[in-house]
Design a protein around this ligand. Structure first.
Ligand SMILES: [Zn+2]
Length: 261
């Protein structure tokens, strides 16, 4: 009796999509089952009657592979965007944000005060002790501003890094879709998407954050056409025309520079 209630499944591989999907009809969890050498997924139908039938795990895998191609950025585009962002990053580090400029400005009066202090000491209008004390005070102030300046410059510089990493990852999605293991595809979609549903043997989910923006951008019909042109043309005449809107999208993903508190 006991052995009949617990199916014996020696050597059964772990179900790749366990706990990931919900039924698109009734909202119940999608459960896994191994039958006749195949893994199946189906609605657990625990709440209300539901008309959904079985889906093969391999079909779900194929759909996920196809789906992630919608956020696969061709390497020519990715290289252009990353070069654009690297340039902005470098320019931003040189120009500095409002806070950086303000901090830089506040250093100048301190240098003048130190000069004036030295003059007073040389003219005998300050004792050595008074000079040493005041000088230490001004140098401490200068050091504190310099430290704040370093933090702000690093913050401005670092805000580009996650976006550059994002585009680098997006340029590898095409390869992942073609050659990635099912577990790698699953981990990628779980990281980049949410609200995974299964209905009528079709999957659905929404991309999150930057991935949603990229998905919406790449799935606009006119962008798809341009992208195909670019891939086919291999960086020909279309390159200049498509660079501007995509670069704009890339820049829009970078957080604003640090501002005064
Ligand atoms: Zn259901």
């Amino acid at each position: 009796m006991l052995s009949r209630s617990k199916p014996q499944t020696p050597g059964l591989k772990p179900f790749v999509y366990r706990g990931m999907f919900r039924c698109g009809e009734c909202g119940c969890c999608i459960t896994m089952e191994f039958k006749k050498g195949r893994s199946y997924m189906h609605c657990s139908k625990r709440k209300i009657p539901c008309s959904q039938r079985f889906s093969r795990e391999t079909d779900i895998e194929l759909q996920l592979r196809e789906e992630i191609k919608s956020v696969a950025l061709c390497s020519a585009w990715a290289s252009e965007i990353i070069a654009h962002l690297e340039k902005e990053k470098s320019e931003s580090a040189q120009a500095g944000s409002i806070v950086v400029i303000e901090l830089q400005d506040s250093l100048e009066p301190l240098a003048s005060k130190l000069d004036a202090l030295l003059d007073l000491a040389l003219n005998g209008r300050l004792t050595q002790d008074e000079y040493t004390l005041k000088k230490a005070e001004l140098i401490g102030e200068k050091k504190a501003i310099q430290e704040k300046l370093d933090v702000c410059r690093k913050k401005d510089y670092d805000r580009f890094t996650p976006v550059i990493d994002f585009f680098a990852e997006a340029s590898h999605v095409g390869e992942l879709a073609e050659k990635g293991k099912p577990e790698e595809i699953r981990d990628f979609v779980k990281k980049t998407g949410s609200n995974f549903r299964l209905r009528d043997k079709k999957i659905a989910f929404e991309y999150k954050n930057h991935w949603r923006i990229l998905h919406n951008f790449l799935c606009r019909p006119e962008k798809k056409k341009k992208m195909q042109n670019l891939q086919i043309g291999g960086g020909g005449g279309n390159r200049t025309r498509v660079r501007r809107p995509l670069a704009g999208t890339a820049t829009g993903l970078v957080p604003n520079k640090s501002r005064p508190a």
